[in-house]
Design a binder for this molecule. Structure first.
Ligand code: MTE
Length: 309
């Protein structure tokens, strides 16, 4: 251990469970509709109404919105899960995201330009935290590769590095010097260009709330949730694998690849099952969080790497 302070990840089971919340089942259109693509219109208050992408059936009841938005991991604010009210202070506008590094056309995008220019779609994804809780939520956004295509990656780029906002005025957690701020995560470029890798700007048909990573966050549903960095301010293409947040803190427990696998236990707890936010039901965990058909081929040439921690 590099540090002696308690961290949330040192508690395998969350201590606080929202009580009295009925398992709500948000109705969503049956998968008969075509791919919900919509181009154009920026939204200031609410994202456009979209039909969930039928290629990714959730396979589970949707998590009640209140549970997904009041039980969060966001260490810039707190080590505890009930930070949602504190996170409301984060100003989500103006907001810009720089996309740079090994690209032919580096650019800084205002988030409102992204909303108006990128085709928005809705995807219901399962999210699996390394702590063994899970949720199933409708994100609005667009594939990461659409943004990458806009900056024209160089052939030599191997990794895509994600940097989260670091705003000490609003984020009290940044005062904890034992964490290696800013929160950095990364994907290999072929992972980043996989169709599942998503940039979310909305949740439950509304703008992405600050506690869930607003105004724009990464969503990588086949990996443990810590890969899905919130409140992105910079995306940098590089030929070097960067030091990433949780791996730098505890490399024996949190790896670079972090693909979900029920058969590979965390050193301090089993990953065989997961607790669904809202119902507290425990269900078996699936390899690649059930998205193997889309992503398993990414790892065929990487079997020597620690893919599942
Ligand atoms: N991004 C930042 N910037 N800071 C964080 O602490 N926590 C990660 C990930 N992204 C985190 C982050 C972890 S551990 C998880 S499980 C998810 O965000 C939680 O996302 P949620 O709060 O929207 O459920």
């Amino acid at each position: 251990m590099l540090i002696r302070h308690r961290r949330g990840f040192e508690i395998p089971e969350p201590r606080v469970t929202p009580e009295g919340l009925a398992l709500g089942r948000r109705s969503f259109a049956a998968g008969t509709a075509a791919l919900g693509l919509m181009t154009g219109a920026a939204y200031a208050d609410a994202p456009p109404s979209l039909t969930p992408d039928p290629r990714f059936p959730p396979g589970r009841a949707l998590t009640p919105e209140k549970d997904a938005e009041t039980y969060n991991n966001y260490y810039e604010f707190s080590d505890d899960k009930d930070l949602w009210e504190d996170a409301k202070i984060l100003p989500l506008r103006p907001w810009a995201i720089a996309v740079d590094g090994m690209v032919a056309k580096p650019q800084t995008f205002a988030v409102d330009d992204i909303l108006s220019k990128m085709p928005q779609e809705e995807r219901i994804y399962r999210h699996r935290c390394v702590e063994a809780w899970a949720m199933t939520v409708p994100w609005t956004g667009f594939p990461l590769r659409t943004l990458l295509a806009a900056v024209d990656p160089l052939g030599s780029a191997k990794y895509v590095v994600f940097q989260t906002a670091s705003l000490p005025k609003f984020m009290p957690g940044l005062a904890q010097p034992w964490y290696p701020w800013p929160y950095i995560e990364a994907l290999a470029i072929d992972e980043a260009e996989n169709d599942l890798a998503f940039l979310a700007t909305g949740l439950y048909g509304k703008p992405l709330p600050p506690q869930n990573g607003g105004p724009i966050r990464l969503v990588v549903p086949w990996k443990y949730g810590f890969k899905s960095a919130k409140a992105l301010v910079r995306i940098t293409l590089s030929d070097k694998r960067p030091a990433v947040f949780w791996q730098s803190i505890q490399p024996r427990e949190y790896g670079f690849w972090a693909n979900v696998n029920p058969a590979v236990a965390h050193p301090r707890w089993s990953q065989a099952s997961e607790r669904l936010l809202g119902s507290n039901e425990r269900v078996p965990t699936q390899i690649y969080n059930g998205y193997g058909a889309f992503v398993a081929s990414l790892y065929a040439g990487r079997m020597a790497e620690p893919l599942f921690m």
